[in-house]
Design a protein around this ligand. Structure first.
Ligand code: FES
Ligand code: FES
Length: 208
């Protein structure tokens, strides 16, 4: 599936500019309408159920107060209530990894977590991975290695890759493949994804 050009990019932007946009929050928003019906029109926070509960989520260093149906998943809270659409919904069943975020630094599949149970934890999404305009080293490595095609799995791959490195599971291509096996890429960009993670791990073996 072709990647829709980000309308914010200049018309003469090269492929690398498009790729860079795709590994950051803005780029995720650019490709999201193509790939996910829910991403195009994220809904405002609302008390949808009579038994709605107040939940404060700490996301990317900020406290975000929400009123949620207690059955709301962390992924839906991020995407539908906080408009953080970089985390993608693929299967919704814990099988594809597109929704991977960090919870207290550990990778989790946000589609399997209830948002209310993430209260008091430090949540990091792809939008909070870089520092301002500075990409996280793994985001930069994904661009350098052309580690994606459609980009749908990419935010999950990067978040899982960050955790994989921090866990010390990125010592070899074989090890990375094993520990990244919970993240599916339907475009088959695995060789490039593994290379990007391996590059980053070699430069910063302590992860992060
Ligand atoms: Fe969460 Fe697929 S959407 S694992
Ligand atoms: Fe398309 Fe991974 S780049 S699913």
């Amino acid at each position: 599936m072709p990647v829709e050009r980000d309308p914010h990019l200049p018309r003469d932007a090269g492929r690398r500019d498009v790729l860079k946009a795709s590994v950051t929050a803005g780029g995720a928003a650019a490709v999201a309408p193509l790939l996910s019906p829910t991403a195009a029109g994220a809904k405002p926070d609302r008390a949808a159920a009579p038994n709605a509960v107040a939940v404060t989520l700490r996301v990317n260093g900020e406290d975000r107060r929400l009123t949620l149906d207690p059955r709301t998943t962390l992924l839906d809270a991020l995407r539908e209530h906080l408009q953080l659409t970089g985390s993608k919904k693929g299967c919704g069943l814990g099988q594809c990894g597109a929704c991977t975020v960090l919870l207290d630094g550990k990778r989790v599949k946000a589609c399997l977590w209830l948002a209310a149970l993430a209260e008091g934890r430090e949540i990091t999404t792809i939008e909070g991975l870089g520092r301002g305009d500075q990409l996280h080293p793994l985001q930069a490595a994904f661009i350098e290695r052309d580690a994606f095609q459609c980009g749908y799995c990419t935010s999950g791959q990067i978040m899982a890759g960050v955790a994989c490195i921090a866990e010390g599971h990125a010592g070899s291509a074989q090890e990375i493949r094993e520990w990244m096996s919970g993240n599916i890429c339907r475009c088959g960009a695995y060789d490039h994804i593994v290379a990007a993670i391996h590059d980053t791990a070699r430069k910063a073996p302590q992860g992060g």
